[in-house]
Design a protein around this ligand. Structure first.
Ligand SMILES: Cc1ncc(COP(=O)(O)O)c(C=O)c1O
Length: 397
């Protein structure tokens, strides 16, 4: 039967993801028996750490499966608050500054719905995770997409932000380390961005979902370290603890007041995060150092193998990422200097990559010259095989 009920207008600015088209083509190719390697997903295939698994099972065994507290079980909120006190020198944070959610996506959704009225402007850097723009459009906000480029390592600057702040600006949404560019900020850069945002008096939302995935001994600095009371840090257990399917994230407010409207949306949205998953997250935090080491060792090896093999693909250029598990590769010197042509060619040859145009709307060369390759999924010989298929395909042109 044809569905004659029109969908809500809020979905008009949210086109079906181009990634979906890619997956459909990949599905077709697989049905025809062709080999297809998937570097498109932002998921992670490292087995969930044993301690996390034990935390999950233990919670079920103990019957922690009934409704719980809306902002999350106090034991986890307290652990998170202590972590921010110690690790990020944020001494005023206690459990009331923390809401545990069903993943960073829920944190973003609750925050935008709690603070945005139609027509409000949200500053977002580009390229970035498309969800930021889409959740803005769903809330009838106007996303102000600020381009960043390789000359400045895809970092947004305080001056660029200052230039676009208007009386309608309500929120700035930042994501460092960045999906897809792996850009990171220094403490000094975070401080100067915070100062500009504080002068404007807008809400600073910082998605720090990749905070534990830094290579070469580098460490994360959080926006929460700079004492601007209208700061919200959103983060996630998904990638740092290899537990994407358990759906746990959190929102931390530099002040308790700014969490009140967010908790209202949260309680009507999901009531609370899955309780056994919260205990899996807690077990993860209790062994954070050991688990981070385990995950980083695997990801570092993958990253280094990509540098050894994918750099041999003719014309392809990319920086060795300092964070995340993404390569943002530049195709402008290849036979297919546009990302969509390049990704179509890769797909025809059995390799799924995501075109840069999936990470923004401006259609400029910071998007069109690039693709994202994820090595969150990369066990077995996947990385080498991907490079082999592409090198072979270019040689056969
Ligand atoms: C920047 C960013 N934020 C949030 C998420 C989703 O996090 P979660 O699984 O906690 O909802 C992703 C996933 O790819 C991401 O890249």
């Amino acid at each position: 039967m044809v569905n004659r009920i029109s969908s809500s207008k809020r979905l008009q600015g949210v086109s079906p993801s181009g990634m979906r088209k890619l997956f459909e083509i990949a599905h077709e190719l697989r049905k025809q028996g062709k080999e297809v390697l998937d570097f498109g997903l932002g998921d992670i295939d490292i087995p969930m750490p044993e301690k996390v698994k034990a935390g999950l099972i233990d919670a079920i065994d103990k019957g922690l499966t009934r409704y719980g507290s809306n902002p999350g079980d106090p034991i986890l909120r307290e652990k998170l608050a202590n972590r921010y006190n110690e690790k990020f020198h944020a001494p005023d944070i206690d459990l009331e500054n923390v809401i545990v959610t069903c993943g960073a996506l829920e944190s973003l959704f609750d925050t935008i719905l709690a603070y945005i009225d139609p027509g409000d402007e949200i500053i977002i850097h580009e390229p970035s995770f498309k969800y930021f723009e889409y959740i803005s459009r769903i809330a009838y906000a106007k996303p102000i997409l600020l381009s960043t480029d390789s000359r400045n390592d895809f970092k947004l600057t305080a001056d660029a932000i200052n230039d676009v702040i208007t009386s309608k600006t309500k929120v700035i949404l930042l994501n460092y380390p960045t999906n897809p560019t792996a850009a990171i900020l220094t403490k000094k850069e975070i401080k100067s961005i915070t100062e500009v945002v504080e002068d404007a008096g807008i809400l600073l939302v910082s998605d720090e979902s990749y905070e534990n995935i830094y290579y070469d001994g580098l460490n994360h600095s959080s926006f929460l370290e700079f004492n601007y009371p209208n700061t919200l840090v959103i983060s996630s257990f998904s990638k740092s603890f290899s537990m994407t399917g358990l759906r746990v994230g959190y929102t931390i407010g530099a002040s308790k007041d700014i969490l009140i409207p967010i908790n209202q949306i949260h309680q009507y949205n999901t009531a609370h995060a899955n309780r056994p998953s919260q205990y899996a997250a807690l077990a993860g935090l209790n062994h954070e150092e050991e688990i981070s080491k385990y995950i980083l060792e695997i990801l570092t090896k993958r990253r280094d193998r990509i540098v050894q093999t994918w750099k041999k693909i003719p014309g392809l250029n990319f920086e060795t990422p300092k964070s995340t598990f993404y390569i943002y590769g530049d195709v402008s010197q290849t036979e297919f200097p546009n990302c969509n042509d390049f990704c179509d060619f890769a797909l025809k040859n059995g390799v799924i990559l995501v075109p840069g145009t999936e990470f923004g709307s401006n259609k400029n060369e910071n998007l069109t010259n690039y693709f994202r390759m994820s090595f969150g999924i990369g066990s077995g010989g996947l990385i080498e095989r991907g490079a082999e298929l592409l090198i072979e395909a270019f040689n056969n042109l």
